[in-house]
Ligand binder design. Structure first.
Ligand SMILES: *Cc1c(COP(=O)(O)O)cnc(C)c1O
Length: 395
């Protein structure tokens, strides 16, 4: 017996729910790729990505997932043997650093906890100690999708400046772009990396780089450039060169539509919607945690991201069983844990094309699962989420 027939809720932190409008925009025959309509779509997407990243720098679209955009960012500004500093706050900055190491980059990790944001003072201290300026780049994620931490990107820039350090500042926004504020130019980010399938509501397969003048200057001397990832051919006028080959036509139609939807809502409203719905999730988890079985992965409430919430169950209870129940009995797919402590962690995504009924529906099903599986939890989590929204979504 199940109550799952009906629309399934995909509550995983990427790929996220693709709006019907985006799917419909992609449902069309293939078209000519050397100019015409597709050139306009490319140029308008590149321009609107500037708007999303908040930069006057150059933007690039890759027919690749986020791992591809990572490699693009690294190979466009670094050379073999360069030293970089990776700021740990979960799985993803480490993964980006592992890619750099595979290219022969000398990677130093500034260790961090998996329960908290990057320690900004430790960044400043490490950079001050680099009196020879050996560190060529500092890599960090805005939101780590494993831990659900949000790092303070402008504060890390202030730390780099306070140390008087000249390293490139490179930020992965894959799990945060179009879910919360990101201000590439205002915050002094030199290279930003994004992906289509999270806040940007587009099917997986597109990812992005944004580069300011300082990054473009470093690009001139970068030894790791390859024909495919390099920004240089992509800066040319010829449309085919902008993708180093055939453009991902249908994904571009999808991205165009998703950007139109974001423009219509406005980035400030997009951020506000995410912050309200994220807080509804946190209110519910807070109540569930009262029985000391459920807990937030991120200890400090100000470090919790607005795009995903990672939750632990203590070792007496089986996370996989809870996720299986939610999916098979009720049609809600939650995110599995990844990285350290993955076997005791699950993730509730609240990014992209989400609204109150989707979030409340997801939370209700978690609460149903906790009840059905006799997992001790504070009562009234869903009500706390509802009350939060009732008090904060003005009439
Ligand atoms: C999802 C994610 C990635 C990886 O993106 P893929 O498209 O899966 O390659 C990288 N960084 C962050 C922060 C992510 O959330």
């Amino acid at each position: 017996m199940t109550v799952r027939n009906g629309r399934e809720f995909l509550s995983i932190p990427g790929p996220t729910t693709v709006p019907d409008e985006v799917l419909q925009a992609m449902h069309r025959p293939a078209i000519e790729i050397y100019g015409g309509k597709l050139l306009d779509i490319t140029l308008s997407c590149l321009e609107d990505l500037r708007w999303v990243f908040k930069t006057t720098g150059d933007t690039y679209i890759y027919a690749a997932n986020g791992h591809g955009a990572w490699e693009a960012a690294l190979t466009n500004v670094l050379s073999k043997g360069d030293k970089i500093l990776v700021l740990e706050s979960g799985r993803f900055a480490l993964g980006w650093g592992e890619a750099a190491a595979a290219f022969g980059v000398d990677v130093e990790v500034l260790p961090g906890g998996w329960d908290r944001a990057v320690d900004v003072e430790a960044v400043e201290k490490r950079l001050r100690a680099d009196t020879g300026g050996d560190i060529k780049a500092v890599l960090v994620v805005q939101v780590d999708t494993a831990t659900s931490v949000v790092n303070d990107i402008p504060a890390i820039r202030r730390a780099i400046d306070a140390a008087g350090h000249n390293a490139l500042y490179m930020v992965d926004t894959i799990a945060s772009l179009a879910t919360m504020e990101f201000d590439m130019d205002g915050w002094g980010v030199d290279v930003a990396v994004g992906g289509a399938q999270k806040g940007l509501m587009t099917p997986p397969g597109l990812s992005f780089n944004a580069a300011n003048a300082k990054a473009k200057a470093a690009h001139q001397n970068a030894g790791l450039k390859t024909p495919y990832w390099s920004w240089t051919p992509r800066d040319e006028k010829i449309h085919y060169r902008k993708y180093s080959g055939t453009p991902p036509v249908h994904l571009l139609y999808g991205l165009r539509k998703a950007l139109d939807m974001l423009k219509e809502e406005g980035l400030e409203n997009v951020s506000l919607r995410h912050s309200l719905l994220a807080e509804a999730v946190r209110r519910a988890v807070q109540v569930w945690s009262e029985a000391n079985v459920i807990n937030f992965v991120i200890s400090n409430s100000v470090d919790r991201a607005n795009s995903v919430t990672s939750v632990t169950l203590n070792g007496d209870y089986d996370v996989a069983r809870l996720l299986k129940y939610c999916e098979e009995k009720c049609g809600v797919v939650l995110g599995v844990g990844i990285g350290d402590n993955s076997e005791i962690t699950f993730r509730i995504a609240h990014m992209g094309h989400i609204n109150a009924p989707m979030i409340l529906g997801t939370l209700s099903v978690v609460e149903i699962g906790l009840g059905a599986l006799d997992i001790p939890h504070g009562k009234g989590g869903l009500q706390a989420a509802i009350s939060w929204l009732a008090d904060n979504v003005a009439a």
